[in-house]
Design a protein around this ligand. Structure first.
Ligand code: SF4
Ligand code: SF4
Length: 286
């Protein structure tokens, strides 16, 4: 039996047993990444699509997905690669790349404006070893590294990435502990610790998908923006108001097709409210 210490779930795994995320497996006294090198999707995307609006704007980034996720958002648009059972069902169909091969691929796209590699689409940190190993090589090649994450990994995983990741977009899906747990399968306190730690070593932007009934309460948004505005960098300087926040419009999808899309007026009102505390607030999917 081994305990996985990558995320807040701390799965206890017998040898051969796969964890909740579908990406990690018990192996004697250790837990290893079953998805190491598995690549489910590769695309050259504008960096604003991550979304990152204040990190090399106008550039492109080679975006790579693997499989597995430790959350269970019922509106997940990438459920085929993220939800455990589906991810395992598809894993055999996908290709694989070594970190070195991925860096070569990224370098080959430089003439199309590529600045590096973004780890995205599923939750990258359930396979943090591949992210860490690849990011190291990308940096050695003089390119940039981006992580798009739900922020549910433990601080010791974040520490392993320090110095290897240049920018992150981190989901802050709502600001209510119970909703995070019961509706989304995540852990708000872990996400807050992760964000506070990431701000100390790389560029950070945050994303909230504004879902009716889950993350559209103005008072909750006030508490969220107060907390963001209080964040400090590694020198204990208050930098929170400079952290960009993306408020994105929700559309019915996956297991939430009976829910209405976010009203654009509601989204804009929330953005105006957030802009009283934060300098850079963007609306998306409008
Ligand atoms: S990363 Fe996966 S196996 Fe590890 S604790 Fe989280 S859900 Fe469980
Ligand atoms: S965190 Fe992202 S990938 Fe994971 S279930 Fe939620 S929306 Fe899907």
């Amino acid at each position: 039996m081994a305990i996985c210490e990558v995320c807040f779930r701390h799965c206890s795994l017998e040898p051969g047993q796969v964890g909740f995320c579908g990406a990690r497996i018990g192996s004697g006294s250790k837990v290893t990444a079953k998805n190491y090198g598995v690549v489910s999707a590769v695309a050259l995307d504008p960096i604003e699509k991550k979304p990152l609006n204040r990190f090399f704007p106008g550039s492109m980034i080679l975006s790579v997905g693997s499989c597995g996720c430790n959350m269970r958002c019922r509106f997940c648009q990438n459920y085929e690669i993220s939800w455990s059972q589906q991810a395992m069902d598809h894993a055999g169909r996908w290709g694989s790349l070594t970190p070195g091969e991925l860096v070569q691929l990224a370098e080959g796209y430089k003439d199309r404006g590529n600045i590096g590699v973004a780890f995205t689409y599923n939750e990258p940190l359930v396979g943090y070893e591949f992210v860490r190993d690849t990011a190291r090589l990308v940096k050695q090649a003089g390119m940039k590294t981006v992580l798009v994450t739900n922020g549910c990994a433990e601080e010791k995983i974040l520490e392993q990435l320090s110095g290897h990741i240049d920018a992150m977009n981190i989901d802050l899906k709502c600001f209510n502990r119970q909703t995070y747990k019961e509706q989304l399968g995540g852990d708000l306190e872990t996400v807050k610790r992760f964000i506070a730690g990431a701000v100390k070593f790389c560029h950070v932007e945050l994303t909230t998908l504004v879902v009716p009934g889950i993350s559209d309460d103005p008072r909750e948004l006030d508490a969220m923006t107060d907390w963001i505005a209080s964040l400090e960098d590694a020198q204990s300087r208050n930098v929170g108001a400079d952290i960009p926040l993306h408020l994105n419009r929700f559309f019915p999808r996956f297991k939430m097709t009976d829910c209405r899309a976010t009203d654009i007026g509601v989204l804009k009102a929330l953005a105006d409210r957030a802009a009283k505390k934060l300098k850079y607030v963007y609306t998306g999917n409008c």
